[in-house]
Write a protein that binds this ligand. Structure first.
Ligand SMILES: Cc1cc2nc3c(=O)[nH]c(=O)nc-3n(C[C@H](O)[C@H](O)[C@H](O)COP(=O)(O)O)c2cc1C
Length: 216
């Protein structure tokens, strides 16, 4: 039997996003919204839904953590052999969604993913807690029914690096940079008259963007 999902209707009214609030470069607004979101939810404000698709065009989504904002986009880290890694290697077009309930805000991004430099991945990996580094070596992320158990394999990894003060980064683990082609800022407004502004990259070298207001 179907079951209806109920929620209490809400009228978004915290704030608006007007043309005069928009910078020429949307990366500045992305940083501002991330900063504001971190003040109300310091643990999960950078959780984003990343969508990839395989070569047959089947989309798939999962949460990853946004780790840095770069000159032209955003960066996250993962296992390059994971499902998302394999999707991206076959089709680098991705989309990202961020939603901050407390701020009645959503950001939608369409972009192009490419591995960041090995040096940047090394630096980030070195900053991670030792247990996370051992986890990265151990997990065959997205593989099914791996044997022996992850706990058993983790013991072997810990033993393998026991004598090492620093654990090197595995070459199958690192960052992806998503170069933003399009980004939309959504600010909830009363009576569903939400403010939506879409920036589309025109020229990367000149960092020029077309700005359009979208109907809610
Ligand atoms: C809050 C949250 C943060 C996560 N952050 C990451 C991350 O930064 N990198 C990552 O590879 N997986 C992260 N995951 C796990 C992914 O959602 C996913 O389970 C995993 O990456 C395997 O995805 P795949 O099989 O599509 O490759 C996170 C999950 C949650 C719920």
């Amino acid at each position: 039997m179907d079951s209806d999902i109920q929620n209490v209707r809400k009228d978004y009214r915290k704030r608006g996003l007007l043309k005069q609030d928009l910078p020429d470069n949307p990366i500045q607004l992305l940083e501002k919204w991330l900063d504001e979101a971190s003040s109300t939810d310091p643990t999960d404000y950078n959780a984003m839904c990343l969508s990839t698709s395989n070569e047959a065009g089947q989309p798939d989504s999962r949460i990853v953590l946004l780790r840095s904002v770069t000159e032209m986009g955003i960066r996250f880290f993962t296992n390059y052999h994971s499902k998302k890694g394999r999707d991206i290697e076959g089709n680098p077009n991705v989309s990202v969604n961020l939603f901050w309930k407390e701020w009645e805000r959503q950001i939608r991004i369409e972009g192009f993913a490419a591995r960041c430099s090995e040096k940047e991945s090394d630096l980030y990996f070195a900053s991670r807690p030792r247990a996370s580094q051992e986890g990265a070596w151990t997990s065959k992320q997205s593989s099914a029914n791996v044997s022996p158990s992850i706990e058993k394999r983790l013991e072997s990894t810990a033993l393998r690096f026991k004598e090492k003060t620093e654990i090197p980064r595995p070459d199958f683990w690192g960052g992806y940079d998503i170069a933003i082609k399009q980004i939309e800022f959504w600010q909830g407004r009363p009576s569903r008259l939400h403010n939506r502004w879409r920036f589309t990259l025109i020229d990367k070298n000149e960092c020029s963007w077309k700005i359009e207001q979208l109907d809610p």
